[in-house]
Design a binder for this molecule. Structure first.
Ligand SMILES: N[C@@H](CCC(=O)N[C@@H](CS)C(=O)NCC(=O)O)C(=O)O
Ligand SMILES: N[C@@H](CCC(=O)N[C@@H](CS)C(=O)NCC(=O)O)C(=O)O
Ligand code: FES
Lengths: 117, 117
C-alpha cells in the first residue's frame, strides 16, 4: 500500500527514526537521549498528521507488533541486500527498550554504525 | 463555578488524588508508585470524561499552575480550618515531582499522614 511504501522509504533514508506524539514525555525522553548522543533522529509526530496519524500507528503495529509511542527504528546492517527492508530488523522498540540499550552501551554503537553507513 | 466545587469536593474527600490520562506512561508510573506504597488513589482519567476532560484540565491549570498530567494531590494538614481548601497546599506536582519526594522518603510520610487523617 502507499502508506507501507512511505514507511519503507522513511526507514531506508534515515538512520534513526522516532514515531512520536508531541505531548508525550516518554517520547521527549527518547528524543533528548538521541540528542545527548549527538544524533538528530527523524521525528514523526503522529498527532500532527490529521487522520493519517492513527492510520500510521495501526500500520506500525502490523509491521512491528508495537502500537505504542515512542516507536524507535535504527538502521542496521543486513548482509543480504534482498532482505534490506525488514522492519523487525530495524525496530528498536519503545522508551524502555531504548533506555535499556543505552545503559548497556549498545545504543551508542548502533547509532554510530547507522549514521556512518 | 460548579466545576470548581467538584474539584474542591474531590480533594477534600480523598487523601490521594491523581488526575491522569489512561494511555499515558508517566501517569501509569505514578499510579504504580502509590500502589507500591499500599495506597489506592482516586484516579480521574481526563480522557474518559468527554468534553469535561479538557475543561477540568484547564481549570486545574488555573488552580495549580500545572496543565500537564499526571497532576497529583495529597491531603495535608493545615492548622487554620479557614484555609482548608488551598489547592496549592495539597498540590504535589507531576510525575517527576512525585518521584523526587518518593526518593527523599517524604512521599511515604505524606501519604500515611493523609490516609490516617
Ligand atoms: N513500555 C512502553 C510504553 C509505551 C506506552 O505505553 N506508550 C503510550 C504513551 S506513553 C501510548 O502509546 N499510548 C497509546 C497512544 O498514545 O496511542 C515504552 O517504554 O515505550
Ligand atoms: N515533568 C512533567 C511532565 C508532564 C507532561 O509533560 N505531561 C504530558 C503527558 S506525559 C502532558 O500532560 N501533555 C499534555 C497533555 O497530554 O494534555 C511530569 O513529570 O509530570
Ligand atoms: S503520554 Fe505521558 S508519557 Fe507518554
Amino acid at each position: 500500500s502507499r502508506l507501507e511504501e512511505t514507511i519503507k522509504n522513511t526507514l531506508s533514508q534515515n538512520p534513526v527514526v522516532v514515531y512520536s506524539k508531541s505531548w508525550c514525555s516518554y517520547c521527549s525522553e527518547v528524543k533528548s537521549l538521541f540528542k545527548k548522543l549527538g544524533v538528530q533522529p527523524l521525528v514523526i509526530e503522529l498527532d500532527e498528521l490529521g487522520p493519517q496519524g492513527p492510520q500510521l500507528q495501526k500500520l506500525l503495529e502490523r509491521i512491528t507488533g508495537q502500537y505504542t509511542v515512542p516507536n524507535v527504528f535504527i538502521e542496521q546492517f543486513i548482509s543480504d541486500p534482498k532482505v534490506f527492508f525488514i522492519a523487525g530488523g530495524n525496530h528498536i522498540g519503545g522508551c524502555t527498550d531504548t533506555l535499556k540499550l543505552y545503559r548497556k552501551g549498545d545504543l551508542e554503537t548502533l547509532v554510530s554504525e547507522a549514521v556512518a553507513k
